[in-house]
Design a protein around this ligand. Structure first.
Ligand SMILES: [Zn+2]
Length: 662
């Protein structure tokens, strides 16, 4: 691991001639375990589970007195610390045997968690605990909701059925993800060099070749995105698009159909008509009707704009191919290409041209620098063995006092078998009552040559999740950071996204990289204009995903592909026969089932939150207020309350619709 010595480790103060060195910063909380091999992981999984069952029985014997919540939180924190790393490494470990062992372990922990959520003694105790104040009351209410949603208050037969369904749904969700990952590992798309005309050489020059000299590309983002945006040949883009869209395979359509059916059946046990009804009553949006109304409003606002964008693409395509407009139809695999082409022509914006300005490591330091300025914190790299030599650990501390606040681990580059998207795992939630410090794992896949502006935006987005975890200061760890309601969880991350379009913000880059050439203001100004362009297409696509997901779980009877064919078929570009998009749509099969609308819902909230930073995005006073009113509060208060406390008024969708109209 690259050891970066900064901050504490260098601060050697001289006292009366004797050198005194402050202790080197360490990673807060337990160090990440090093798994020697698959057997080692499995053994620790067994031992952890055996211990967990023992501790559960101890917890079940506790009296529901004033200390009960704190004891439960300590128990829950122990469970997270024990099971978190065991389950997380399936996403990042270079050793496939360890990843497989981790997945097997995850299934067993999920089974344990679902039986824990059905513990009658714990449910009865939580019901009897007297809340000391509003935080305890909210915490207990959320716990009781959770227990009841797990089936604890159902009659015995239904309760057993609920557990059986939940275990099966978890298993299927995991299988869905594995199928996609395996398919991505297995799939190569082969092209002659001529077929790759337009794609930067850096993307394919070093790629493996077939015996007859064809370039073999994977479906990971560093290959997929440049091909879709820049390959001049429509046939090349079509092949890449089809491979990506089908990466879940037929098998996953069956898996998804079963998940939908079982989730509806689960909701039925509680007397709800559909899984969407069951889930949404606990969300910020509150009901299926409200979500449908919201999505209807978005659709009405975006439809014309989408049509206009698509017509522009079609005109650009006709011109590019030198053919009459009447003879030109636009295909799905043309969208990214002509978006980029028009952006380059009209705004002289070339996403690839940003890479030299944003080297990956410096980009990470840059987003850390922004957080340091906004929130009065400091990131210091610490040496710690992790799952891969390139993963990096940081201590987050208070800038004034030096007091450690949290830990952050970052894994920047793509690798064989690694999780292929960008995400944060809130491995450990903090708690002020027990002085427990949080840990977040940030996993992305960046090109070593540097980031595009939109990748820098992705990094900031994920960093927003990491901050939500790391700056949480809730009383209990069960309320920490991103444990907020699903349709609010994306707001703090989405809020930060457009920071990258502010030249004043980007000017901070020179602080972390004096030798980097500053990105010209003109490039950013143009990028901002370019970003407004094609917004109709992007929001319409997000609307389709959200609407598909919520419809799929609303109790309708079509199988996933039929419903998708119908819904995508009704959009201006239609459905492409043979494509299997739902088979790779992990969100709907996993935790975002009946929750994808949350991205748009959160975006509305995020854009409203941004209004407070209108004058100065890096204003430390606003940052401090935001940190204390929103980030520090996790789920110990309802999200609408947090937003109201920060903005000083109820949240509204004004900023979102104004932006859409721009
Ligand atoms: Zn996110």
């Amino acid at each position: 691991m690259k050891a970066l010595v900064q901050g504490f480790a260098l601060s050697v103060a001289v006292w009366g001639g004797a050198a005194w060195a402050a202790p080197a910063p360490s990673f807060p909380g337990p160090a990440f375990p090093v798994f020697k091999n698959a057997a080692d992981l499995t053994q620790r999984c067994d031992a952890g589970l055996a211990q967990a069952k023992l501790r559960q029985r101890q917890m079940e014997r506790q009296k529901p007195d004033a200390r009960w919540l704190a004891r439960f939180d300590a128990f829950s924190g122990w469970l997270d610390d024990t099971s978190g790393p065991l389950q997380f490494v399936s996403n990042v470990h270079p050793d496939k045997a360890i990843r497989d062992a981790s997945e097997a372990c995850e299934q067993r922990w999920q089974q344990f968690s679902s039986s824990l959520a059905q513990s009658e003694p714990l449910y009865r105790a939580a019901k009897r605990v007297k809340p000391a104040d509003s935080i305890d009351r909210q915490t207990l209410q959320d716990m009781l909701d959770g227990f009841e949603d797990s089936g604890v208050s159902l009659p015995p037969a239904e309760r057993a059925k609920a557990k059986q369904l939940q275990d099966r749904i978890n298993l299927l969700g995991q299988q869905f993800g594995t199928n996609v990952r395996d398919e991505v590992d297995r799939t190569w798309v082969e092209f002659t060099e001529a077929e790759l005309a337009g794609v930067p050489e850096g993307v394919w020059k070093q790629a493996p070749r077939t015996a007859d000299g064809k370039v073999r590309l994977k479906l990971d983002y560093p290959s997929y995105v440049p091909v879709m945006e820049q390959a001049l040949s429509g046939a090349t883009r079509e092949r890449m698009w089809r491979a990506k869209t089908n990466e879940g395979g037929e098998a996953n359509l069956k898996v998804l159909a079963e998940i939908v059916q079982l989730r509806n059946e689960y909701a039925g046990l509680f007397g709800h008509k559909s899984f969407a009804d069951f889930v949404l009553r606990r969300r910020m949006a509150q009901s299926l009707g409200k979500v449908q109304g919201f999505l209807g409003d978005v659709k009405a606002a975006v439809t014309e704009r989408e049509k206009r964008d698509l017509e522009e693409f079609r005109v650009a395509k006709a011109r590019h191919l030198n053919q009459p407009l009447e003879a030109t139809t636009l295909n799905r695999w043309d969208v990214s290409f002509y978006t980029e082409r028009i952006r380059r022509e009209r705004y002289s914006v070339d996403e690839e041209a940003f890479r030299p300005y944003f080297p990956p490591q410096q980009s990470l330091q840059f987003v850390m620098r922004l957080a340091e300025q906004m929130f009065g914190i400091k990131y210091t790299q610490v040496d710690m063995p992790l799952w891969h030599a390139e993963a990096q650990a940081y201590q987050v501390s208070d800038a004034k006092t030096g007091q450690p606040l949290a830990g952050l681990v970052v894994d920047l580059y793509p690798r064989e078998g690694k999780y292929g998207h960008a995400a944060v795992w809130p491995l450990r939630g903090g708690a002020t009552s027990s002085k427990r410090l949080s840990q977040a794992m940030l996993v992305v896949n960046f090109d070593r040559k540097g980031l595009t502006l939109s990748e820098l935006e992705t990094l900031l987005h994920e960093f927003g999740h990491a901050l939500h975890t790391n700056l949480s200061a809730t009383r209990y760890s069960i309320n920490a950071g991103t444990s907020v309601k699903h349709d609010f969880v994306e707001a703090p991350s989405q809020m930060l996204e457009d920071w990258v379009l502010d030249p004043r913000v980007l000017a901070q880059f020179k602080q972390v990289c004096p030798e980097c050439k500053p990105v010209p203001d003109e490039m950013v100004t143009q990028a901002r204009k370019a970003r407004d362009f094609a917004k109709g297409v992007q929001i319409a696509r997000q609307h389709l995903y959200a609407n598909y997901d919520i419809t799929l779980y609303s109790g309708q009877k079509d199988d996933p592909l039929t419903l998708w064919q119908h819904m995508e078929g009704a959009t201006p570009l239609g459905y492409v026969p043979g494509s299997l998009f739902p088979a790779a749509f992990s969100h709907v099969a996993q935790n975002y089932g009946a929750g994808y609308y949350g991205y748009l819902w959160s975006l509305v909230v995020a854009m409203d939150l941004r209004t407070a930073f209108k004058e100065d995005r890096l204003d430390p006073a606003v940052g401090a207020r935001y940190r204390s009113a929103v980030l520090s509060q996790g789920s110990q208060q309802a999200p609408d309350v947090l937003v109201r406390n920060f903005l000083g008024r109820e949240f509204n969708s004004k900023a979102f619709y104004e932006d859409l109209a721009r």
